[in-house]
Design a protein around this ligand. Structure first.
Ligand SMILES: Cc1cc2nc3c(=O)[nH]c(=O)nc-3n(C[C@H](O)[C@H](O)[C@H](O)COP(=O)(O)O)c2cc1C
Length: 154
């Protein structure tokens, strides 16, 4: 199975999580590519395999700056993503109660809207919990990959 991790980050935490997930998933049988969202557009979803959106939240519930172009392109180009399967590992902080984890939520909503199918539940890490997201990421992504394999019909 091929996995593309797409990283949206402002200060690098999501990138750290993506690195941990790449190490955990890349076992020879599973091929993992980690791409920063900078400069990407919706054509990235033409790649083979499944996608893992790993993004934080900024501003007032916005996607990080490096994720903005990709997010806006999905909304304006509206490609048919009915062949795409994805997961979301979101980072946020419950202190921002009104917009908690909206970065991941925004990607989840637009991808579903464009016909893509989510694998498993959207993860919502809470920075105020004191738990390091890169530790949660390891276990979460292994469960997620198992679900992706179970439901792989290709
Ligand atoms: C200026 C600022 C705004 C933020 N806004 C939100 C928000 O609206 N909702 C949320 O859940 N988290 C918010 N956060 C928390 C970040 O998403 C969280 O700290 C995350 O772990 C940062 O990850 P990154 O280093 O990959 O960008 C905000 C953080 C900062 C510094």
């Amino acid at each position: 199975m091929k996995v593309t991790i797409l990283v949206g980050t402002m200060t690098g935490t999501a990138q750290l999580c993506a690195q941990e997930m790449e190490l955990a998933l890349d076992d020879g049988e599973t091929e993992v590519a980690t791409l920063m969202m900078d400069g990407l557009d919706s054509s990235v979803f033409g790649r083979d395999g499944v996608f893992l959106i790993c993004t934080s939240t900024y501003g007032q519930g916005d996607v990080p700056d490096n994720a903005r172009a990709l997010y806006e392109d999905l909304k304006s180009a509206r490609p048919d993503l009915s062949r795409v399967r994805y997961g979301v590992f979101g980072l946020g902080d419950r202190t921002y109660a009104e917009t908690f984890n909206f970065g991941g939520k925004r990607f989840d909503e637009i991808l579903t809207d464009l016909g893509a199918k989510r694998i498993g539940e959207r993860h919502m890490h809470d920075a105020s919990s004191g738990i390091l997201p890169e530790e949660t990421a390891l276990e979460w992504c292994q469960d997620w990959l198992a679900k992706a394999k179970e439901t792989d019909t290709v």
